[in-house]
Design a protein around this ligand. Structure first.
Ligand code: HSE
Length: 397
């Protein structure tokens, strides 16, 4: 019998307990022994199926030599960081879905795990149930990764889909996403692009091999997005999606950011809807490889956590190839990147043409919506200074 502990019993923690129980036969067949949850750390005891496993004392888990893997599903940094360090120091493998902790402290925790000869795995931290970090670090290991981009937040994609399909109000669509267990405890992290930002940092850390500090990454969400731009995009054959993007720059630098984008309808990512996420990884040998699936929710996320638990046990003592350097030099502002830009201005086509030269008009009715030729973010800001700008977004070309 292999025993594990879960820290936290929210959406993901509950999902982990369910997957371990419901898929017990498949898991045992693959591990050669049954897997059992021995303890669950909670702040408050609750009645229910896991009542007998609950403890509010982390030492009971830390000091229990039968517990070989700790699944951290608390979220946030403070307590999760403390318990993760203590569990690793106690010689236990740790698995997590906690993207904030991995984005901010992952490099340090991986180094600690290495010193203790155990694993720290976090497949569930990006893309929920979609395998993406393993393919990036293992199957695509022979590539130089030039770019990673994707729809990395299920809540905002769900909200955008509901707004487009049914004209739902932003607040109603957000409430639905919360009821389905997709949103963060504080949904500001979803709607302001911070959750997607943490995930693009993790992808970029692994893709480029150097730490990206989340506080240096510009993150813009969908809270200021107008339904008018959503409709203009649709009529012109585009979709608006919140993308996280990380790019290797010529000369060795790298950049990353999160922002809503105009996506041409023919790009497969344009038709990714509801809670689904999609991640595109561009390798210099593979070209674009796309990963697609449910990016949030109890069972998809738990499935990735339990698979990591199984990997820790099968690969014991530890998996070697995951990690990155703590050096963060070489990060550059994304405003250097050149793309076409979408603008909606209070003004005429003449105003648009005077600022940008040749443009492609999408709508003209008192306001003018148009696409520019490719230009950097800096130039987009500089050239639009004299205009009354109502909306501006990059196009994913
Ligand atoms: N709040 C996150 C999302 C959960 O909506 O994608 C999964 O990380």
């Amino acid at each position: 019998m292999i025993q594990i502990a879960i820290l936290g019993l929210g959406t993901v923690g509950t999902g982990v307990a369910k997957v371990v129980a419901e898929n017990a036969r498949q898991i045992e067949r693959k591990l050669g022994e049954p897997l059992q949850v021995k303890a669950i750390l909670v702040r408050r005891f609750k009645d229910g199926p896991y009542r007998q496993l609950m403890t509010d004392d982390f030492r009971r888990i830390e000091e229990d030599e039968d517990i070989r893997v700790v699944v951290e599903t608390i979220g946030g940094v403070e307590a999760a960081y403390e318990y993760t360090k203590r569990a690793l120091n106690a010689g236990k493998h740790v698995v997590t879905a906690n993207k904030q902790l991995v984005a901010e402290k992952g490099c340090e925790l991986l180094a600690l795990a290495q010193r203790k000869n155990v694993s720290y795995l976090f497949e569930a931290s990006v893309g929920g149930g979609i395998p993406v970090l393993h393919p990036l670090t293992q199957c695509m290991a022979a590539n130089r990764i030039d770019e990673v981009y994707g729809i990395l937040n299920g809540t905002t994609n769900y909200i955008l889909t509901r707004m487009v399909r049914t004209g739902a109000f932003f607040s109603d669509a957000l409430r639905e996403a919360q009821a389905k267990g997709y949103a963060e405890a504080d949904p500001t992290a979803d709607v302001e692009g911070i959750d997607a930002g943490r995930k693009i940092c993790i992808l970029a850390d692994l893709a480029f091999g150097r730490q990206i500090e989340p506080e240096t990454v510009p993150m813009e969400g969908i809270s200021k997005l107008s339904l008018r731009d959503v409709k203009i995009a649709q009529r012109a054959g585009y979709r608006i999606k919140l993308l996280g993007r990380a790019v290797r720059l010529p000369g060795g630098g790298r950049t990353a950011y999160v922002a809503p984008h105009f996506i041409p309808g023919e790009n497969p990512i344009a038709s990714v809807e509801d809670v689904f996420n999609a991640v595109v990884i561009r390798g210099n040998a593979t070209g674009d490889v796309m990963f697609y699936g449910k990016g949030a929710g109890e069972l998809p996320t738990a499935s990735a956590c339990v698979a990591d638990v199984m990997e820790c046990l099968q690969q014991s003592p530890r998996r070697e190839e995951i990690g990155w350097s703590p050096e963060s030099e070489g990060f550059e502002d994304p405003s250097r990147l050149e793309t076409r830009h979408y603008f909606r201005i209070e003004g005429s086509l003449t105003d648009a043409a005077m600022a940008f030269g040749q443009v492609e008009v999408l709508s003209e009715d008192g306001e003018t919506a148009f696409l520019t030729e490719p230009l950097s973010g800096q130039d987009a800001v500089r050239q639009s200074r004299q205009l009354n700008v109502l909306a501006c977004m990059r196009v994913l070309d």
